[in-house]
Write a protein that binds this ligand. Structure first.
Ligand code: SF4
Ligand code: SF4
Length: 170
């Protein structure tokens, strides 16, 4: 009976994450390639992509709800390019964010990220335009530099479910 319950939980969690946008999670073979190129891992954060994907496959929900790392993803898309199994780790990470929000597990890192998106249009924003100019690189467009885009982002946040969580800056 215990085994049946465990199998049912496992099936459910893969299904839940798939329905939240992380359809590829069941295909992960734990090769670690995504972690080897992830900039968050490269700067020294403990960013256990593949471990979290294993928890999903095993039906272990608790560690998924308490892990802040999905909020550190900077959406660079590198992991998508190197994954030979078409998991799309980036999408699984965003599905994990949704899982946490649904469980009202709002980590301080998430609040910080949402606050930064509201203020600058980016979860993490570093203005490096001076350095780019110094090296003759073209300017990169950013919502942080466009009042119109920023207002649009704020309007989207205010009219989304996220505003019900009370974490938007006042
Ligand atoms: S690269 Fe793909 S298969 Fe390999 S650990 Fe990452 S998600 Fe899993
Ligand atoms: S998209 Fe996110 S998880 Fe993937 S490599 Fe970039 S920062 Fe890491």
């Amino acid at each position: 009976m215990k085994y049946v319950v465990k199998v049912e939980r496992k099936r459910n969690l893969v299904e839940v994450i798939s329905n939240l946008g992380g359809e590829g999670v069941s295909k992960c073979i734990q090769c670690g390639s995504c972690m080897s190129v992830c900039p968050v891992t490269l700067v020294g954060f403990d960013y256990p992509n593949k471990k979290l994907f294993k928890f999903v496959q095993m039906g272990e929900e608790d560690p998924l709800l308490s892990d802040p790392s999905p909020w550190a993803c900077v959406a660079c898309g590198r992991c998508i390019e190197v994954c030979s199994q078409d998991v799309n780790p980036f999408s699984v990470y965003f599905a994990l964010r949704r899982l946490q929000v649904r469980g009202f597990r709002i980590h301080p890192l998430a609040k910080e990220a949402v606050g930064s998106i509201y203020e600058s249009g980016h979860a993490i924003f570093v203005d490096n335009s001076e350095e780019r100019e110094k090296f003759g690189l073209p300017e990169v467009s950013s919502a942080a530099k466009s009042k119109k885009d920023l207002n649009e982002i704020r309007e989207i946040l205010r009219s989304s479910d996220i505003s019900d969580l009370g974490i938007l800056p006042r």
